[in-house]
Design a protein around this ligand. Sequence first.
Ligand code: ATP
Ligand code: MG
Length: 553
Amino acid sequence: MENGNTSSNFIKNIMIDDLNSGKHDQIITRFPPEPNGYLHIGHAKSICLNFELADEFNGKTNLRFDDTNPLKEDKEYVKAIKEDVKWLGFEWDGLYFASDYFEEMYNRAILLIKKGKAYVCDLSAEEIREYRGTLTEPGKESPYRNRSVEENLELFERMRKGEFKDGEKVLRAKIDMASPNLNMRDPVIYRISHATHHNTGNKWCIYPMYDFAHPIEDAIEGVTHSICTIEFEDHRPLYDWVVRECEMENQPQQIEFGELGITNTILSKRKLKQLVDEKYVDGWDDPRMPTISGLRRRGYTPESIRNFVRETGVSKTNSVVDVRMLEHFVREDLKLKAPRTMAVLRPLKVVITNYPEDQVEMLEAEINPENPEMGTRNIPFSREIYIEQEDFMENPPKKYHRLFVGNEVRLKHAYFIKCNEVIKDKEGNVVELRCTYDPETKSGTGFTGRKVKGTIHWVDAKHALPAEFRLYDSLILDDEQEEGKSFLERVNPNSLEILQGFIEPNMKDVKPQDKFQFFRHGYFNVDPKYTTKDKIVFNRIVSLKSSFKLNDK
Ligand code: ATP
Ligand code: MG
């Protein structure tokens, strides 16, 4: 793995050279999502790269919606994308839509026709594919390739007027059917689609193809460095051809970088949309989704995502990083920020038989021992408490240091308690423990009389607030993808576990998106969708520990 942004950022070096040589006096980049889905963490990489690079040189970054495919695009996505980019911490200079440039693109296409560089073709999509040839065989010229300029101009205008059906005709660039680069074999640059566009409505029924539209969009905006993923490397000659032949004033440079992949994670809007449409998840912002909105609802912070993305570096090859690296960065970010409290996820009642019936005492505890500035909180303690079911065992194995009959443990922030008796229901399930406490052992009083090996957490039964906890596992299982096996078959059927438990009463005023560290359980976020006046719902962001070391990656 390379050293991230600092030592080996080849894009930054190109920018430095271009500024030094006087080729450009300002860096202009753009983030160009297609509004056909929500942004995912792969997009975050492109966002950070474009905004941070431009910022480093006092340049500008546009947010531009690449909306040239009306069938798949929607205003809902435009809105969500804007929100996500802002939430990640970036402010765009210009906000543009490719569809704002349709008239200009149309005029540039006419220019190509007039120069004899484009023609209307009647071949079907399938025929065009057949005629294209292969990597080892040259393509065959279309029988329509030599239409006159006049005929092409007339037909293209009639295409625009809606005189033809979808697929009946296309406009193609006239380049070279024998080119070793398949993208240069007379690519389609306009197609007919009688569809309503989210922005232009029914004004147009012909739409420019990505390879024609994108370079024009970049050039119109004066983008200097057009950063995209490696898959477009073979499209670069076409990009340059379009800029040149359309006689664009500005000449942007396309630069490709390696795409971000993450283990156990689907990063493709098309597939993520399928998970949403087929209800594998509860929307684009389901906390198991690798979308920005899903990560936000899960409890990830913008800082943690930016730091993660930075750490993955910028390289010329695609890479797949360990999902635990992402988790590492949210732990790092929340360590000092998140208040620490206690929550019992699977409650077991404990009655402290020698504690006075009506007594309640307030125990004081630090909110975050690693960040004393956060102050202290009060936790009520009385005769009945809840502990975690797994902190008691009837027949404990050796080295089990939590509660069993005859054993003593420390209650975090409170006293030592000893278990004396187990109460069971008719089926033999443990439903209650009878314990005694030792008043001498109160936390913070410096008691040194004896030691216990286990410390467990708890909440006071009378005062605790009920809460729901949602624990997540990977949405996608690790299985190597077998031949013919759809990613849907890799969806983990047990990726969500819902528990009903209790939290400390001092948390009664929590707000959606507040984050906490629950002692021994990990980091949790207050869910903005399911939390109501009467019920607080938490999403577990990550557990506390992982075997992952940053240097392992
Ligand atoms: P998807 O395949 O998920 O639909 P896309 O590339 O088709 O993604 P766009 O909306 O066209 O989606 O992407 C906007 C920008 O984000 C592009 O410049 C694209 O290269 C970049 N991008 C998309 N996925 C990744 C990724 N995994 N890593 C880095 N950049 C990415
Ligand atoms: Mg795409």
